[in-house]
Design a protein around this ligand. Structure first.
Ligand SMILES: Cc1cc2nc3c(=O)[nH]c(=O)nc-3n(C[C@H](O)[C@H](O)[C@H](O)COP(=O)(O)OP(=O)(O)OC[C@H]3O[C@@H](n4cnc5c(N)ncnc54)[C@H](O)[C@@H]3O)c2cc1C
Length: 365
């Protein structure tokens, strides 16, 4: 099977390695001049790590990250645990994104990844798909996978009118900074005033990642650091999170990432006979559930398992779409419930219900 993957991000690279493991002849087309990752650290749940075990990099990924035991806090620093939850509902691995994507690129084989290669569109035929690059080159394949993120070019052609949507007023600020004398175990998620969330965690030896998010952020004024600091103060009552405020104040302006959060609306379909969407291209989610990457890696495991069991490609893609759209209907319901939580205790309860559900219903691949 000649498989072309548009997009060499976290999910595209994972999909490439997963499909190579079942014998696909894979080419990854990445528009950027290098394999890189937007963002600081990413929290990965065990359902993602299982696919990394399958492609042989599980131990290396665990070695580069820090295992985090989530505690929720309110703005006074009171720890909150959802009643009835177990330790496994709270445990994830925090991994530096650029190092993870570099490891994945090595697993795929750098010679399989074409950089500066922007997909402009495709022509689907009965016997093959022709992939058109922006520079006019054409590649022929049996299967095209759109792993080209929230602004997917492949999705724009496959599902006309599926532009990403602004999650109105929802912003995220974050950075990785040298670890200082803050609590080494971090404060993973404080839910404070004015719909603000944030905290920090040790992402790797000597490195701490801080993050601040706000729903309904209102007009943004000042530079990125001032905007993040303004929100961080919503998390700091009676001295709790003075350390976070100091950390942000000391972060250079150009090290701070600021995002207007975007999401992909639910799609009527994800596939055709020779095309499949995967990762954020199919289901870009609001990151307040911190699981879009994990669930995209899960997509890769499901697609691999189905393609290795079902020899008829169009039928395999129908099965993949049915399995994943049903799962994401449930994910979206959980995401809305978490977003609508009114205080830290409710947020913890609903988030834990989501993580418990995600972990206990993960597909066996
Ligand atoms: C603030 C924030 C925090 C998050 N935290 C978490 C978390 O803790 N845990 C978690 O699981 N998820 C998290 N997520 C979600 C996670 O980051 C995404 O779900 C994940 O990165 C999606 O990976 P992807 O490969 O599908 O897309 P992307 O990472 O966007 O990769 C797409 C790739 O395609 C390339 N590309 C785009 N267009 C083209 C084209 N036309 N031709 C060729 N290449 C193209 C891009 O250059 C890019 O390399 C978070 C998201 C945000 C915004």
């Amino acid at each position: 099977m000649r498989t072309v993957i548009a997009g060499g991000g976290l999910v595209g690279l994972t999909t490439a390695a997963s499909l190579q493991s079942i014998g696909h002849d894979v080419t990854v087309l990445e528009q950027a001049p290098e394999v890189r990752a937007a963002g600081a650290g990413i929290g990965l749940w065990p359902n993602a790590l299982r696919e990394f075990d399958h492609i042989g990099i599980g131990a290396a990924v665990r070695g580069m990250g820090s295992e985090i035991d989530t505690w929720f806090f309110d703005a006074a620093g009171r720890p909150i645990r959802a009643a009835g939850s177990s330790a496994s509902d709270h445990r994830f691995l925090l991994v530096p994104r650029p190092a993870l994507n570099s490891l994945l690129a090595d697993a795929v084989g750098r010679e399989r990844i074409r950089l500066d290669a922007r997909v402009a569109g495709y022509t689907e035929k009965e016997s093959e798909v022709v992939v058109h690059l922006a520079d006019g080159e054409e590649l022929r394949a049996d299967l095209l996978i759109g792993a080209d993120g929230v602004y997917s070019r492949v999705r724009a052609q496959l599902v006309p009118g599926s532009d990403p949507v602004e999650h109105a007023g929802h912003y995220a600020w974050r950075a990785i900074v040298p670890a200082g004398d803050e609590r080494p175990q971090g404060s993973v998620l404080t839910v404070g005033r004015d719909r603000t969330r944030g905290g920090y965690a040790r992402v790797a030896a000597g490195q701490t990642m801080w993050m601040v998010n706000q729903f309904e952020a209102g007009p943004l004024t000042g530079n990125k650091r001032e905007r993040a600091l303004h929100r961080a103060r919503n998390l700091a009552e009676a001295g709790w999170h003075d350390d976070l405020v100091e950390m942000i104040a000391a972060t250079p302006e150009d090290a701070i990432l600021e995002n207007q959060i975007m999401f992909v609306p639910p799609l009527p379909y994800w596939t055709s006979k020779r095309i499949a969407l995967i990762g954020d291209a199919a289901h870009g989610l609001s990151p307040h559930i911190a699981a879009g990457g994990t669930l995209g890696i899960e997509d890769a495991g499901v697609l691999r398992a189905i393609l290795s069991a079902e020899p008829h490609l169009p039928q395999a893609l129908v099965q993949y779409e049915a399995a994943r759209t049903a799962r994401f209907d449930d994910v979206r319901e959980h995401a809305v419930a978490v977003e609508q939580a009114t205080d830290a205790a409710e947020f913890a309860l609903r988030y834990t219900a989501f993580s418990h559900w995600m972990l206990t219903t993960a597909p066996a691949t």
